[in-house]
Design a protein around this ligand. Sequence first.
Ligand SMILES: C[S@@+](CC[C@H](N)C(=O)[O-])C[C@H]1O[C@@H](n2cnc3c(N)ncnc32)[C@H](O)[C@@H]1O
Length: 221
Amino acid sequence: MWLSLEDYLKKINENSKLYYEFNENILEVSVDILPLDFKELFKNDNKVLKFEIGFGNGDSLIKLARQNPDINYFGIDRKMDRIRTTLSKLNYSDNIPNLIISRFGTDYLLEMIPEGIFDEIIMNFPDPWPKVKHHKNRTVSEEFLTVLHRLLKNNGVFRFSSDHAEYSFEVIDIFDRSELFSNLYHPDQYKSEVNNRIETQFEKHKKREGFTIHHMKYLKM
Ligand SMILES: C[S@@+](CC[C@H](N)C(=O)[O-])C[C@H]1O[C@@H](n2cnc3c(N)ncnc32)[C@H](O)[C@@H]1O
């Protein structure tokens, strides 16, 4: 069912108020604060802004924000249970002034976020929708690549990691065919290990099961 941006935001905020009230790290998005003004939202002077799509249980995003207090992190996830899990961690931790999370998906990014704003966009282990008839639900597509390109600053970077070989090669193919990005791991198509990487929950889990991990890194041209 198609929803207007206003109805979409109303729907996702409907049952979330209680969780939002008690935590400063979560931002409830409504149409009247769009497009999001990150300079205003983050009460600090950090110049670098990174964006994670689908942070899951929040472990790696929280660690990243703690380890890099001079970088601002904005994370979104569309599922309430992921928001709840992440908030429960934040509620038991000291304030993290360089982290804001929000509950929404990727449907209206260009309506919600100003262009040319992120230094880095991160997608870790997005749902692979393995059945052919569900491939249309995959987040990364040719069209989405143009959204990423518009949201990134010049020389901004997109990082993608997945254990799912077929989805990974589809993404590699989409980026290979585009002139909007160049592959920073060239001549490799992907790396299976990246130094000093903070592993996500899914990554640990999939590595234990013996899956090869595909890490990609693309530069906005
Ligand atoms: C397989 S989990 C991976 C979670 C985490 N990144 C990790 O590596 O442990 C995928 C996550 O992405 C979220 N997600 C999937 N599609 C999304 C979208 N279009 N926008 C925002 N979040 C999305 C899901 O709710 C889920 O939390």
